[in-house]
Design a binder for this molecule. Structure first.
Ligand code: HAM
Length: 423
């Protein structure tokens, strides 16, 4: 009887990271960490398993329906987190009395969502989160956006290759209120409008009708999305609109940070999570070929929603999937593969000791050394070395051992330097 064949594929939507994938992942993670630290964010972490109750909200958000959940052996309802923000809110609420606000925290969190798989959407992804908790002013938003811009630069993304689209839900709320739509409907209207492009306008109309909006209100709601500039928004909201003042302050401060060239006002950016209360933003590749690179915004009510004290908060989630696709397209599939260190091979078993001693000495000196585990013919060795990740190669034959010197060859330039083999 033959053994049934198991699939070599990971579960659908989950990802294997082969060494060439790890090069990209490390490049992105290094840039995230480096930029968060450079901007004074402190690291935090939590388990990927969270209580289902904390994550599930009744607002009709897509993310609540995408949760992977299960019961443990004691019947506790648990889930794999689809995002980090509720966990962060829980951790802040648990220490609210002890923390010196504002706090600036960051993490790289693995998240799971049972999504319909499309380009840039997996069922598992890593998400860089940076949040500023306890700061009301728009300085928090700009600090986060500048740190994200530094992260993109550090991973090799040209400034011209992306734009951050910024809006203010408070502006939409002011405009909806002027159209006679009561505040209790605003959250549902935001979530419906966020679906634009994903479902038809007729389906959005049906959602708005179900929320109790009349035909005229629905028409006015769609008309809002036609606003293109802050000046047009000012005509509707009035020159003294607080939400517009916040947006203007954000763009001015972004100028001081040197990132204003990458920010654009975009009333259509609403975000699919119900907890945002103010500024919201999403970054896209300039050509708009891919899904959002990152997204975030202000969520001043989340702490109270989970039972904590009122605390202003703003943050960002930046996934690893889309940005790697964008970088590969811009820089080439192999751009993350930087060659470094040395690969050492030998011709006959008699040279193994000399090769091993050389590897040991170079490793002790801090070099990255890939020592072959079996003898090879020179042709075989150099073919493999050229295709590998080392910058230099050393091949030791009987003559080298006799002379006590080996040649270290740069695989790109073919330049050679001599290395004493010692005893
Ligand atoms: P989000 O927009 O749901 O926001 O996700 C943030 C980012 O995570 C997206 O822009 C994308 O880069 C990535 N992402 C999300 N889902 C997937 C997926 N299925 N596959 C690949 N990448 C994905 C949040 O999660 C908020 N909690 C962000 C936040 C933090 N807001 C305040 N603080």
């Amino acid at each position: 009887m033959s053994t049934p064949t198991l699939s070599f594929e990971p579960p659908r939507g989950m990802r294997d990271f082969y060494p060439e994938d790890m090069l990209w992942r490390n490049r992105v993670f290094d840039a995230w960490r480096q930029s968060a630290v450079a901007f004074g964010f402190q690291p935090y972490d939590a388990c990927v398993v969270e209580s289902l109750e904390l994550l599930q909200r009744k607002s009709g958000e897509e993310v609540s329906e995408q949760i992977y959940h299960f019961e443990d052996k004691s019947g506790r309802k648990l889930a794999l987190r689809p995002e980090m923000t509720p966990t962060l809110a829980r951790m802040i609420a648990a220490r609210q009395g002890q923390l010196a606000f504002p706090v600036k925290w960051f993490t790289i969190a693995q998240c799971f969502r049972y999504e319909r798989m499309t380009r840039g959407r997996k069922r598992e992804h890593y998400q860089w989160n940076m949040d500023v908790i306890g700061e009301e002013s728009v300085a928090a938003e700009v600090e986060i956006l500048a740190a994200a811009a530094a992260g993109l630069k550090a991973m090799g993304m040209p400034d011209s290759a992306y734009r951050v689209h910024v809006n203010n839900r408070a502006l939409l709320a002011e405009l909806l209120a002027k159209s006679g739509i009561a505040p209790e409907h605003h959250a549902a209207v935001f979530l419906a409008l966020d679906k634009r492009g994903k479902i038809t306008d007729d389906e959005i109309t049906a959602l708005l009708k179900a929320e109790g909006l009349g035909e005229e209100s629905i028409r006015q709601t769609f008309a809002l999305l036609g606003v293109r500039t802050l000046e047009q928004a000012a005509e509707l909201a009035g020159a003294d609109s607080p939400a517009l003042a916040t947006l203007r302050e954000l763009f001015t401060l972004a100028g001081t940070y040197g990132i204003a060239d990458r920010l654009v006002f975009d009333i259509a950016v609403i975000r699919g999570l119900a907890y945002y209360t103010g500024i919201v933003f999403e970054a896209f590749d300039t050509e708009r070929k891919f899904r959002a690179i990152f997204g975030g915004g202000r969520y001043d009510s989340l702490l109270t929603m989970i039972g904590g004290a009122p605390t202003p908060a703003v943050g960002l989630g930046f996934g690893d999937v889309v940005v790697v696709e964008v970088l590969k397209e811009l820089l080439g599939e192999t751009a993350a593969a930087e060659k470094s260190g040395v690969v050492i091979g030998y011709m006959f078993p008699e040279q193994r000791d000399a090769a091993t001693r050389l590897a040991r000495a170079l490793r002790e000196a801090g070099e990255r050394v890939d020592l072959m585990t079996a003898r090879q013919k020179p042709k075989q060795f150099f073919a493999r070395a050229s295709a590998g990740t080392a910058a230099d190669a050393v091949f030791i034959g009987p003559d080298d051992v006799a002379k006590g010197v080996a040649k270290r060859k740069n695989l790109a330039t073919r330049e050679e330097t001599e290395l004493p083999l010692g005893t």
